[in-house]
Structure formats: C-alpha cells, structure tokens
Design a protein around this ligand. Structure first.
Ligand code: SAM
Length: 276
C-alpha cells in the first residue's frame, strides 16, 4: 500500500489562519516538504510540529519528485507546504502531484488560505465569475499585451504582483484600460498593515504615490470586468463597422482596426470579418 501525499494550505500572514486538520496532518506525516525550510520552521515551531523537513522548491522539484514517489511507494505519508497559502497556486507542486497520481499514490488536498480567494472575498467586486492569471509578466511590452486582452473581458480578473512593479503595472493599466475601470489593490492580507482599496485606477495610483511605504508588501490586483451593456454596445458598433472596413481592406487589417476602435479582442473581430 502506498502512502498518502497531503497538499496542505498554510497561512498567508496571520499564523493563526490554519485549520485543525492541517495541524493534525503536519504532526502525523513522516516528512514535510517545504519551499524554504528556515521560513517554514517558524510556522511549525509556532504549531508545535516536530516532523522532519526537507527542501522542495522550483529549482529541485523535478529532481526531488522521484525521491518523493519512491518514499510514498514504501508506505510513507508526506505533506507538501509552500511559504504561504495553498501549494501549486503560483507555487511548486504541480509536477509532484501529476507524477504521484500517475504512480497511483493517493493525493489529499487540505484546504486553507489562498491570497486570491482572500482578496476576492474582501474586494467588493463581482465574485460570481472570475479568472486567476497568476503573476503579470515583468517586462512592460508583454504586460501591456496581457492587459490589452482584458479590455473586453466581462468577469473579474485576478493577478499577483510584486511590490517592485506595482506602480509601473498600475500606470500601464491606466494606459490600456482607462480611468473609469474599478480595480482593487489587496495588500498585506491578514497582516498588521492589511489594506484593501477598491476604486478607479487614478485613485489607486494616487494612493501608491502619496507615500512610498504604500508600495511595499505583497499585492493582489483584482480588475472588474467591462459592464455587459458596454459589451453589447461594442458588438453593435462592430456590426456596422466591419462591413464598411472589409469593403475597403482585407479581413486581417479590418479586424485590427475594428479591435482598436471597439476595444473588442482582435481574434474575435477577425472571426466576425471572415464570417461576413
Ligand atoms: N500560494 C500562494 C497563495 O495561495 O496565495 C501564492 C504564492 S505566490 C509565490 C506569492 C504571491 O501571492 C505574492 O507575490 C502576492 O502577490 C500574493 N500574496 C501572498 N500572500 C499575500 C498577502 N498576505 N497579501 C497579499 N498578497 C499576497
């Protein structure tokens, strides 16, 4: 009988945000895999957990996975934790979980905090339909491209962002999405300086620049979707615009221009242009 691989969510700031079940699993397994053993030691000491720890991070995940599968095959139970929140959510563990499942090992997730869900529950933005995209690209050109794809999305979009780039990202966002889109900056969640600011992009840029300390810490960015009525209006504009443009130029050029004018995704405009 192979052992069980537990995927255990840990706090994102406040050390009390951990479930009874998570603590009991961490105490009962034979080994805990942690991204940064020194960092996790503080949490485990706080919880009175003395289970042996081993490093498991982005740089050794591939190499360590076979060792973990071998240990599971001998019947050992092992827990994976990350520095904060839920493992695999912008954190290591994906390769391990895939391989463990292929090897028919039991994988049991132990739910708990994740910054994206914590932020969404306090943002005051639509939460019935949302997409989490992980980290935004660090290079400006790639970031702008990603933001352009949000122009016509109707659901709430969620990103993680580093304090080093938060101001540059908000500035790019203003350029691409304009000044009226509602955005939430959720900073230092569950910690002493937790701040959840929901407002327009210019008001959030003002918050970040009024005091450089406001740019420090960990951030989740939530961007509201474009109102459905705006989408209907843009589609109606596309209906009149596309036949005129297509009569003057090729479908690809017409779609590019129509996308610029209406804010609708270029691929969608192209599909509509070739369907005319
Ligand atoms: N696995 C984690 C989770 O479940 O949320 C995410 C890990 S990812 C490497 C780290 C990023 O998550 C940070 O750069 C930040 O964007 C976000 N994050 C983590 N803790 C946070 C907190 N307390 N407040 C705001 N954002 C946080």
């Amino acid at each position: 009988m192979s052992g069980t691989l537990f995927i255990v969510a840990t706090p994102i700031g406040n050390l009390d945000d951990i479930t009874f079940r998570a603590v009991s699993v961490l105490k009962s397994v034979e080994l805990i895999l942690a991204e940064d053993t020194r960092h996790s030691k503080k949490l485990l000491n706080h919880l009175d957990v003395s289970t042996p720890l081993r490093a498991f991070h982005d740089h050794n995940e591939r190499e360590k996975t076979q060792f973990v599968i071998d240990e599971l095959s001998t019947g050992k139970s092992i827990a994976l934790i990350s520095d904060a929140g839920t493992p695999l959510i912008s954190d290591p563990g994906y390769i391990l979980v895939c391989e463990a499942k292929k090897a028919n090992c039991k994988v049991v997730p132990i739910p708990g905090p994740s910054a994206l869900i914590t932020a969404l529950s306090g943002a005051g933005l639509a939460s019935d339909n949302f997409t989490f995209f992980g980290f935004l690209p660090s290079k400006q050109a790639a970031r702008i491209k990603v933001l352009q794809a949000l122009v016509s999305r109707t659901e709430t979009s969620i990103y993680y962002e580093s304090p080093k780039r938060i101001l540059a990202t908000m500035t790019d966002m203003l350029l691409v999405l304009g000044g009226s889109r509602e955005v939430c900056l959720a900073k230092e969640l569950t910690k002493a300086f937790e701040t959840i600011n929901t407002g327009t992009i210019p008001s959030l840029i003002e918050y970040l620049t009024v005091d450089p300390n406001h740019q420090k810490g960990e951030f989740v960015i939530l961007i509201s979707g474009v109102a459905k009525t705006d989408t209907i209006a843009a589609e109606a504009k596309l209906d009149t615009l596309l036949p005129i443009l297509c009569a003057e130029m090729g479908a690809s050029k017409a779609a590019k221009l129509a996308a610029k004018i209406t804010g609708i995704d270029k691929k969608h405009c192209y599909q509509r242009a070739i369907d005319l």
